[in-house]
Design a protein around this ligand. Sequence first.
Ligand code: SF4
Length: 351
Amino acid sequence: MRHGANSDWIRQMLGQAPPVEITSDCTNCVMVKPEGESIGAQFYFDPDVRCCTYEPALPNYIAGRILRDSDPERAAGRASLEARMARRVDTLPWGIRRSKRFDTLYGSNAALFGRAADLGCPHLTEGSLGCGIWPYRPGVCSTWYCKHDRGQTGHAFWNNLALLLREVELMMGAWCVAELHGGRAAMRQALNPEAGIPVSSDLGGEMDEKEYGKLWGNWAGKEAEFFQACAAKMDDIRWEDVERIGGVRMRTMADLTRTAFEKLLDMDVPQRLQAGPFRILASSRGKRTVETYSGFNPIKMPEALFRALPYFDGRPTAESIAEIRTKEKLRLQPALVRRLADFGILEEIDT
Ligand code: SF4
């Protein structure tokens, strides 16, 4: 379950498991400020919450998988889900939605991400990877990396996969409601589970029991059983079934994800390159720190390499490399040029 709750479907969709992002090491977070280092241009996370300043929605079938896992080692994860369910206000037949309280706070300032301890995920635990539901984490968690080994080439792939899995989770959660519940209020709500502005019960006010009963119908009071029935319903569902249920929108998103995956596997140096847009964050001791596709993943490069970038002006890459060798006395290896292209310091020109 390296890629969370949807691992099997991801493998079936791509024909293989996606690679591991080595630079983003969750067991030894690279976004936490090393001891003794001063805060400079680099953005650091709070060590207690890190990128888990989030509250993921869990569709019914994922919630059911967590609940039916009786492994004592996962007791904390189960308990954290049960605590979310006990609030009832976010417990819908579609699954457990993000709380309105979280959405209100989180949406107020993008700089809270990674830093606001009060926004720590309810599934954060001590030890292991810090996530109590790690094998069952949804797509939003399993596809997010602070750094990508292949820069924006990796980012583009994971971003496509994240959008696809969001669609999968919305659609398959709704499909379970249609198959096992069928109530009109539940179906209407399952089509857009995150909709609606906060009401008083979202922020500690009294629950509308009548509405809750209408939503859950015959399953009211048996929410955990419903979620486990949804998990059982998914046991034999393969990726081709997901695509069939999801229709043209799901198939299109899967195609885009496969195209991004092919690019991730392609290590060839692009035929023609030109310098791309980037921001210089710092210059010191003959090195420049530049930001391209993400503020979380700046890269450092020597001044000599920086001076060579204008030689990439859209002509064949081999010619640019040859002229750099002659005029700048710098030998650029293909792997380095590939890396510059991956990070967007050089941009491929379509021929
Ligand atoms: S579910 Fe796990 S991986 Fe996702 S935000 Fe929570 S603790 Fe982090």
